[in-house]
Each structure stands twice: as C-alpha cells, then as structure tokens.
Design a protein around this ligand. Sequence first.
Ligand SMILES: Cc1cc2nc3c(=O)[nH]c(=O)nc-3n(C[C@H](O)[C@H](O)[C@H](O)COP(=O)(O)O)c2cc1C
Length: 273
Amino acid sequence: MDLLDAIRRRRTTNGPLLPDPVKPEHQRLLMEVAGRAPSQLNSQPWRFVLVERRETIDAIAAISGESMTEAMSNGTFFERYKPYFRFSREEMQRRRDGMLFDRLPAPLRPFTGQAFTSRGQRLMNTLRVPQTLGAENRRLVAGAPLLLAVLLDRGEYRPGELSSFYSVFSMGAAMENVWLTTVELGMGIQFVSFPMEVPGQWGRIERLLEVPDELELMAVYRLGYLPEQQRRNSIDWTSAERKLPSQYVFRETCATPQEGWDEAAQAAPRERD
Ligand SMILES: Cc1cc2nc3c(=O)[nH]c(=O)nc-3n(C[C@H](O)[C@H](O)[C@H](O)COP(=O)(O)O)c2cc1C
C-alpha cells in the first residue's frame, strides 16, 4: 500500500474487532516498525508488552468497563473533555476539530443540548447510560484478540527535564508507525484509556502486567483485524474532520496563515472508504 494512502486511511477504531488471533508475523512487523521510529539520541525509550492471554485481556476489559462507568457517572469525563465534543454537523464544520457525536440512543437525542449540565448528568445516570456504555466498553476490549501495552523507560522520562518531552515525543513516533502499519494489515486499533481517568485503576493494570519500577505504563491499545462490515456503538462519534491548512500552517512567521491550500485539502479523501 502506498504510504500516503495509509496515512489518509488511518483511523481510530471505535467498533468491534474480529476475534481471530493476530498472526505472529503481523505482531512481529508491528513491533519492528515501532522500533524503527526516531528517538532523541537514539535512546529508544519505548518498551511494549503484547497481551494475548485471555484471562489478562478479560481482567483489563473489566477494569476498563468499570472505569468508564465511574468516569461517566461522576461527571469527571464530561467535565474534562467537554470542549472537544460536538453535537451538530454545523458546529463540526465551523470548528473542524473535536469529535462529532453523530450517533446517540433515541432517548438521549432530545437532551443533547443539556448533556453537560447537572440536569443532563442526572438524566444520563437515571437512564443508566454510564452502565450501558461501561458494559459495551468491556465487551469491546474483551473482544480484542490482542492488547498492546506501551511503556516508557523511566530513566529517559524525567518529569521537569527536556528528556521527558523528548521521550514522549519519540513514543508518539513509534506509535504512529504502528498505527499506520495496522492500516496496511487490515487491522483496527484503539486506546484503552478509561482506566487512566479513575484513580487506582491504572495501577491495577500495571500489576497485571508486572510493570517493574524502572518502567512507566503510558498507554494500552486494543488491536485486531477489522470486520468487513463495521458495526457502530450505541453512542459513537466521528472525528474525520480536520482543520484547513490556513488554520494550522503559517508562512515565515506565525502572523501569516498559509493561503491557497484550503481548496485542495477539502478535496482530498478523508474517510476510510
Ligand atoms: C495522545 C492520544 C490520545 C488518544 N486517546 C484516545 C482515547 O482515549 N480513546 C480513543 O478512543 N481514542 C483516543 N485517541 C484517538 C483520537 O481520538 C483520534 O485520533 C482523533 O479523534 C482523530 O480520529 P482518527 O484517529 O480516527 O483520525 C487518542 C489519540 C491520541 C494521539
């Protein structure tokens, strides 16, 4: 596959993955491309744990689902992230960033305007939306044949020092290589991030993975092959929209936005299919 094509087709997978095990040669390839990423002074600060053991995946799925229910019902999730949520195409078109919640269960639709008020929160809790979503999240994570834990060498990650920024930057490069390669392999990938939102839950995953003191668990992903027909979750979003070049590219100084590229950017393919 052409590199540009893979970059344009790369997506986050919100929906289910096929249960089929990820072929060993594909796992090896994903780790090879991760290891080929650039890093500060060639420090290669990343470490990876490939998890296929059913009990571990189920345990992490349970932690993830519980964490989602907790973060959604106590309001912390909406409070932290509401600046990124869009509930109409018009808003998305105007802002060109964030996530558009274009799929909501029917009982919730009339209340999207109040989603972030305390009344909206009470309504969601009454309708047990956090429980429904948590159970769905648990199923999604448990349905993955492969989890990938990404760890940083704490020797390279010294908060307050430049090394810390460089090492996280390097890890981003490694993960982008992995992400792009999943496109080539017909795979999907998604962060499993809710356990980070709830105190104590990340530590439970660290213990399951026997993370030693010299490493820091930075991210967990679920991976697997994509089904032909991708089913959507009961609450789902799209985030294929991107800012126009005139909104994020400048010429010579920050005072001069790039001109003349927006039309071509709008014509470029954005969706996976
Ligand atoms: C640092 C980082 C953290 C992210 N965290 C999550 C996450 O917690 N859950 C999730 O589903 N996607 C997560 N994403 C994926 C973004 O939501 C996604 O990249 C963005 O909405 C654009 O959509 P796309 O990847 O389909 O192009 C994360 C991406 C990055 C780079």
